[in-house]
Design a protein around this ligand. Structure first.
Ligand code: IMP
Ligand code: MG
Length: 171
């Protein structure tokens, strides 16, 4: 598979995103990261280690892709958060924004829980694929319409362990 983003380039960008996120939040106040499973787990692990501020985390799991490369447009909540969001500064941590349907759903259900602020960080974005206009404050890299794997992202649950991001070979 062809490497699209080398591991050290990702690491560098994640550090920049961590700094931006901290900069945008009031000094001394806690930031609560909400990681989207499973794809966002590696981004979350690196992002949180790059943050010096007071930070907590939780995970939520949704499914939008049914073992395929096509989005069904349907989002299902598989695992909810362990704690509430009321009054907290929340940042959603997601692997990629593609059509935008998953993030729109997530932002809607999390906003309804009255966080003090709600922002979104995505490592990757495929702007040409967007079906709904969704606000994402922090984007690591904008990429072409190619199916990518690695650094948490999978194809049929495989390749999540790659430290870099690669373009999936056409079958
Ligand atoms: P959306 O609802 O179409 O924005 O889909 C977002 C979700 O689809 C992401 O959270 C990923 O899990 C998955 N996804 C979209 N594009 C890719 C890709 O290129 N590789 C792996 N997963 C992808
Ligand atoms: Mg995902």
């Amino acid at each position: 598979m062809k490497v699209l983003l080398e591991a050290d380039r990702i690491q560098q960008r994640v550090r920049e995103l961590a700094a931006e996120i901290e900069h945008d939040h009031p000094t001394g106040e806690e930031i609560h990261l909400v990681g989207v499973l499973k794809g966002g787990f590696m981004f979350m692990a690196d992002l949180i280690r790059a943050m010096g501020a007071r930070v907590t985390l939780d995970f939520i799991a949704v499914s939008s892709y049914q073992q395929s490369k096509k989005s069904s447009g349907e989002v299902r909540l598989l695992k909810d958060l362990d704690t509430g969001l009321e009054g907290r500064h929340v940042v959603i941590v997601e692997d990629i924004v593609d059509t935008g349907l998953t993030l729109t759903y997530l932002q809607d259900i999390l906003r309804a829980r009255s966080p003090r602020s709600l922002r979104t960080a995505c490592l990757l974005s495929k702007p040409s694929r967007r079906m709904v206009d969704v606000k994402v404050e922090y984007i690591g890299f904008s990429i072409e319409d190619q199916f990518v794997v690695g650094y948490g992202l999978d194809y049929a649950e495989k390749h999540r362990n790659l430290p870099h991001i690669a373009i999936l070979d056409a079958e």
